[in-house]
Ligand binder design. Structure first.
Ligand code: F3S
Length: 640
């Protein structure tokens, strides 16, 4: 029985465990990437680990999320990351260089390598034939410190491509189609592997658009083979020696297969407010458009923007539309400037903004109230644009550009306009935006911690008796965004947990943080699916800072449960869910003989106010028991 490409790469990197779905394995991690929004915490964690030398082949710190510098906070973060990068031997990509995933593809991604990134769209690297996985910051810090990463072996889905895309239909439509078929839950616990004849008609940047939005399927990662197109792409980027051919065995066996005939696809859009709410543009109809935003790590490649320029050339943006374009990288912007495409965009009335995430993360360019915004990005959850009542549609660059001219959502196949073939160009390697570490001698490098950088909050080892006051009695489906909001007001404080903690649970209970500060040791009562949504570590770090010792809920979302344990906060599950009603804010709880109970995996909580005892389920693994007793993952690694 042949092997899938994903399993071949995992097997090559296997350090511990058996490569079979559902098993825990540890693999060698070749590369890591961070962006500034999550990166400050990653490097604070790395500092807390007291690591002498990072163990990866290559680690890069990109600055692309919070590049707006209206106050000192973002600049402080950038200076901090730059100094820590110097100290630990990490490459630093200055703000203005571009978006982490586009840059990594251009400059550092290599077929057959493993990459762990503190950003959920790290699977973009799968377009080059890498196993590229997004993870929480602490996992990325650990990967740098130890050169390893542990994961549950995913199943592998085969998406078999045949045919060839027609003009006006692009890679974005391919992944929107896959999202329509598989939904935002369809990739959970799986790797999506693309095979079939249709693969050769897609360039590396097309493939990267598809693997990028594999994150929206919930997949661990997505991967394409490495072939002649990969070789050409690496040659164009001035890195021909990084090419190796890679493919699945012809008789590889997959857990599921989805067949997609590229020739049959038409332009699609993901309608508000989910990336899998997909229909054809023809079916959606000619809705009036207020804003068009082109860019992001999904669709800001040279080819994408050359197509946009060709559509805009000689035309005028509709008077009711604001068109913003953010190129994916400095190299792309430079080429567009050299060949006149940038002038074509500007002359049509487009606003060119910095090579950065910008509007994708809600940093600027929020549409007007009630607007329809077409975006070439990857997410359209309510409020992500910064405007709560805006309707965001996810579309291809071609659809975005033609709609910016017509002022209504437009199917380019029906406009009668010919699209030119975009030729690839020689980019040659340009590292003028990169700062290389001068050495890894820690004594010689001062870490620059401006007033916005506060130390990473650390827990203490578990006490034998835990007294805690109930500070919140929350309902079902509490999201990590409910716990720790992340908007343009708070994003500049990602390295400042004490400041963020003031806003913890503010959407649900504006007195939460004040109550915690008064109580000292705290407990949270939750309903079903506590901590669902984004993998945000700050949703565990802010409660840790505020003194939360345990969360007692009906059930937990997987990643948040891990983040709580990493922080030394116990996630406890009601043995009898009906007990939830016995608890109220202000009640005093106690866990006696806590260490022994954690080891035995049964914890009994006594409610002093009503005198009753409550059994809880824990299900801690041996590693988790150790982390909880030590007071979190970092303490457990350091043996504290
Ligand atoms: Fe940046 Fe948006 Fe991608 S925030 S990394 S462009 S998903």
């Amino acid at each position: 029985m042949g092997n899938t490409l994903a399993y071949k790469i995992l097997q090559n990197h296997l350090l511990d465990g058996t490569l079979s779905p559902g098993n825990e394995i540890t693999i060698k991690m070749d590369q890591t990437l961070t962006q500034d929004s999550t990166g400050t915490m990653v490097y604070l964690q790395l500092e807390a680990m007291n690591v002498d030398k990072i163990q990866t082949e290559l680690s890069v710190a990109y600055i692309d999320h919070n590049t707006l510098q209206t106050g000192f906070e973002n600049a402080d973060d950038h200076a901090f990351i730059k100094s820590v990068a110097q100290r630990h031997g990490v490459l630093f990509s200055k703000p203005g260089n571009g978006i982490c995933h586009q840059l990594h593809l251009e400059n550092y991604g290599k077929p057959g390598k493993t990459l762990l990134g503190s950003d959920s769209h790290t699977p973009t690297g799968g377009g080059l034939g890498m196993i590229a996985i997004g993870a929480g910051g602490l996992d990325v810090a650990m990967a740098m410190a130890k050169g390893t990463y542990s994961l549950t072996v995913p199943k592998v889905i085969n998406v078999e491509l045949t045919g060839k895309l027609r003009p006006w239909v692009s890679a974005k439509d391919v992944i929107l189609y896959v999202l329509q078929k598989l939904t935002v839950k369809g990739g959970v616990g799986k790797i999506v592997e693309y095979t079939g004849d249709g693969v050769k008609s897609l360039s590396v940047t097309d493939r990267a658009t598809i693997t990028n939005m594999g994150a929206e399927l919930g997949a661990t990662t997505s991967i394409f083979p490495s072939d002649e197109n990969t070789q050409n792409y690496l040659k164009d980027q001035g890195r021909p020696d990084d090419f190796i051919p890679l493919a699945a065995d012809p008789d590889a066996v997959y857990d599921e297969t989805l067949k997609v005939n590229l020739s049959e696809l038409t332009p699609l859009a993901a309608m508000p407010h989910s990336p899998d709410n997909v229909d054809t543009i023809k079916n959606i109809g000619k809705i009036k458009v207020d804003q068009v935003a082109i860019g992001s790590c999904t669709n800001a490649s040279y080819t994408d923007l050359m197509k946009v320029a060709a559509i805009l050339k000689g035309n005028k943006i509709h008077q009711d539309v604001s068109l913003v374009i953010s190129p994916g990288s400095s190299k792309i912007l430079s080429k567009l400037a050299q060949n006149g495409a940038l002038a074509d965009m500007i002359n049509a009335g487009a606003r060119i903004i910095e090579n950065a995430c910008g509007p994708c993360i809600g940093m600027g360019q929020s549409p007007k109230s009630g607007a329809v915004s077409l975006r070439t990005f990857n997410r359209n959850f309510k409020g992500r644009s910064g405007t709560l009542d805006a309707d965001v549609y996810l579309v291809s660059p071609e659809t975005a550009a033609i709609s910016a001219i017509t002022g209504v959502l437009t199917d380019g196949m029906e406009c009668g306009k010919e699209l030119p073939e975009i030729q690839s160009v020689d980019f040659s390697f340009n590292d003028n935006f990169i700062i290389y570490p001068e050495g890894t001698n820690k004594q010689n490098t001062e870490v620059e911690m401006g007033p916005n950088i506060k130390p990473f909050p650390r827990n203490t080892a578990l006490n034998d008796v835990i007294n805690a006051t109930v500070v919140l009695h929350a309902g079902n489906n509490i999201t990590t965004d409910d716990i720790m909001p992340s908007d343009s007001r708070l994003l500049p404080y990602r390295s400042n947990v004490p400041h963020l903690a003031n806003y913890c649970f503010e959407k649900i209970d504006s007195n939460f943080s004040a109550r915690c500060k008064e109580a000292g040791n705290c407990a949270i009562i939750g309903g079903e699916n506590y901590g669902q949504g984004s993998s945000r570590e700050h949703a565990a770090l802010a409660p840790l800072y505020l003194g939360v010792k345990f969360v007692l809920a009906k059930s937990f979302a997987r990643i948040h449960r891990s983040n709580l344990i990493n922080s030394g906060i116990m996630p406890l599950v009601f043995e009898n869910p009906a007990d939830y009603d016995d608890f109220a804010i202000g009640q005093k709880l106690v866990i006696e003989n806590a260490k022994q109970q954690v080891k035995e995996n049964v914890i009994v909580i006594k409610n002093i106010d009503n005198g009753k005892e409550y059994r809880t389920l824990t299900n801690f693994s041996d590693l988790e028991i150790n982390m909880i007793i030590c007071g979190g993952k970092i303490n457990s690694i350091k043996g504290e």
